[in-house]
Design a binder for this molecule. Sequence first.
Ligand code: SF4
Length: 416
Amino acid sequence: MVGHVAVGGGLNGTTVSPVVVQSMTNTDTADAQATIAQVYQLWQAGSEVVRITVNSPEAAAQVGTIRKGLDALGCPVPLVGDFHYNGHKLLQAYPECAQALAKYRINPGNVGKGSKRDEQFAAMIEAAIQYQKAVRIGVNWGSLDQAKMAQMMDDNGKSANPLSADALMREALIQSALESAQQAVDLGLSPNQIIISCKVSNVQDLVLVYQELGNRCDYPLHLGLTEAGMGSKGVVASTAALAILLQQGIGDTIRVSLTPEPTESRTKEVVVAQEILQTMGIRSFTPLVTACPGCGRTTSTYFQELALQIQTWLRNQMPVWRSQYPGVETLNVAVMGCVVNGPGESKLANIGISLPGTGEVPVAPVFVDGEKTVTLKGDHIAEEFQQIVDEYVRTHYAEGGKLHAAKPGVIPILAI
Ligand code: SF4
């Protein structure tokens, strides 16, 4: 679907629905307690939909327990079941699983081979109709329907104007998704229950595929660069791909498929997805800290430490603040390293602090809504500045207080 938007004044100006942040667990779904814990953690970080693997009878048997466990924790986050190969059997054999999930992800390339493919696909769609669930037709180039690809290569070879191998692959992805969606509609699933994704791991291919999908269908689109990778490469590649498409109004739900480093939290993919949307001005999730990069004018690491401390503290407050102080997610805090840009940048933020650079008088003026208020000095600048931020939040965003943002959008069923 082209023309998503943007809560709080977005790219296109008109409000349709917010772009939804998704994530996926990496626990064994058969381990209900571990999965509950990770889904809860992802939700606390801000994930609005969480996908879980449903790959075996043992996993399917635990989905109802996982749903109940999350409900008992007050965590209503919708769960998407990720099915490959045996989804038709699992949805039939485990009705509690079929009921507990909000959406079924079906990969047309992994539904079944030959004559069984249509029958097994139909069984999953029938379950979605019976339980009134959304379906994501989720094509992935790593598991593209091989029979379809072989047929298209054959036809392409005979064509007077054959497509390049890359273009043929992109076309195969798109056709696989759209034909499967049409098949689901023909089986009786409402088009309003369908969302599509066509994931590839190359930025330019992803952009071309989704631009074409946006032109060729009205289904909501789930965006994600598959297998984005680890560390900064994964973040940069995902951001590059998603930003181009989001800027064009393409994309209704997003996921950043990072490979966590061994000790890294799974929640990083949620933070990155949120930061893509927030830094693009599409949605706000968490107060952001503007910090200068530092240079030879500030040779201590103090301002870096303060910026990190404040950003971490702000993010940690959000599970409570989100409901307690509506609009707080748009708060902007500046932590600057010296007098060159410090006062100017601090005045532009809701709250800013300009720390002393090397050789400057060891004082730190604080600006609130553009006005200089106090000047901090001594050994407790960090704690005192945090108190000022806390006080600002309590007085400016309390219920009935001054709201700085649009009301949070309601997540439509399609985007689940
Ligand atoms: S604000 Fe000061 S310390 Fe920070 S980058 Fe600019 S000149 Fe350097």
